[in-house]
Design a protein around this ligand. Structure first.
Ligand SMILES: [Zn+2]
Length: 317
């Protein structure tokens, strides 16, 4: 079977590998789609010195069960599944523990059923404990922000404010349910949020962008004793501009990043159930589809974000 392996910076190669062996508690999955994740870009764009290359990356997998191990009871060949994978997702076949699989409803196309990002957003909303009638600001409405936003809306918030410098992302956020959109290139977001919240600030500020600028802006939007949710992925050092201010404002600081496998799998199951029930709309978010041999182009698109880009996915056939 073919697998795209990352040998170094901008150096994916398609290698021929044997079909993976499965253990008793595993399934062999014929991969149909694998999402290109923002969290993979840094190791593709530059060779990171503490990481081993070649690397078998790709963790946002969906596909069809081909074979099950003898202890697997919940899945059978032919099942359509989303997989929370440790890597090795940019390949035609993948061995995965059955507990990491979720069934996909028949009407959901494979490329929309990406359980890892939906797990992150679902767990993020639950860990932030978004309450009825909260006001919420999202700083960064790319792919993850746009899923997060839809799940926050399910909690019955009073007002959801989406903030991003890409106007087309804000337009999409508006279509998917944001009550107010703010583009910091056009207006001062701190002033705008103050005005919207009677000079108080929002109950919850989600930092989603994962860059220094979003990390600095989010706390400036939050009311005293509000929640600062660090949701963005931060693969490098970040400066806290003024910890004294966070302290004075008595913020609850919530790190919405998940490492424990039980937490991860619980979020994946709940999130996939919401997707299967039509409560999360992924259709407008999967904008760029590529073949396995076009994986370099798929990663370039994820980095450069051409017009209309939200997310690229590798399609196996
Ligand atoms: Zn991911």
């Amino acid at each position: 079977m073919r697998s795209a392996i990352l040998y170094g910076a901008h150096d994916f190669r398609i290698d021929e590998l044997p079909t993976p062996e499965i253990r008793e508690d595993e399934c062999l999955v014929k991969v149909k789609a694998c999402g290109v994740c923002h969290s993979e870009l840094h190791q593709w764009d530059k060779r990171i010195k503490d990481l081993d290359y070649p690397r078998h990356i790709g963790h946002e997998v969906s596909g069809e069960v081909l074979k099950v191990g003898k202890n697997v009871k919940d899945f059978k060949p032919g099942d359509r599944v989303a997989v929370w994978a440790d890597g090795k997702g940019y390949a035609e076949e993948l061995a995965a523990k059955a507990e990491r699989l979720c069934l996909i409803a028949p009407e959901i196309p494979y490329e929309l059923a990406l359980s890892e990002p939906i797990m992150c957003t679902t767990n993020g909303v639950m860990k932030a404990n978004v309450q009825l009638n909260d006001t919420v600001a999202l700083v960064g409405t790319g792919f993850m922000g746009l899923i997060l936003m839809q799940e926050i809306k399910l909690r019955g918030v009073k007002q959801l404010i989406a903030i991003d410098v890409r106007q087309e992302m804000l337009d999409l956020a508006g279509k998917l349910g944001a009550d107010v959109v703010i583009n910091p290139l056009k207006e001062d977001p701190v002033k705008a949020v103050r005005k919207l919240t009677g000079d108080k600030g929002v109950d919850i500020g989600f930092e989603v962008g994962g860059v220094q600028a979003t990390f600095e802006l989010a706390p400036e939007l939050i009311r005293m004793e509000g929640k600062l949710v660090i949701f963005g992925y931060h693969p490098g050092p970040r400066q806290i501009k003024d910890l004294g201010y966070w302290n004075w404002m008595a913020f609850d600081i919530i790190n919405a990043h998940f490492r424990d496998m039980n937490t991860i799998l619980r979020g994946a199951r709940i999130g996939m159930a919401l997707l299967n029930d039509g409560k999360i709309n992924m259709e407008p978010l999967i904008t760029h589809r590529y073949k396995l041999e076009e994986i370099e182009t798929a990663f370039s698109a994820a980095k450069e974000k051409p017009k209309g880009f939200v997310k690229s996915v590798i399609m196996m056939e």
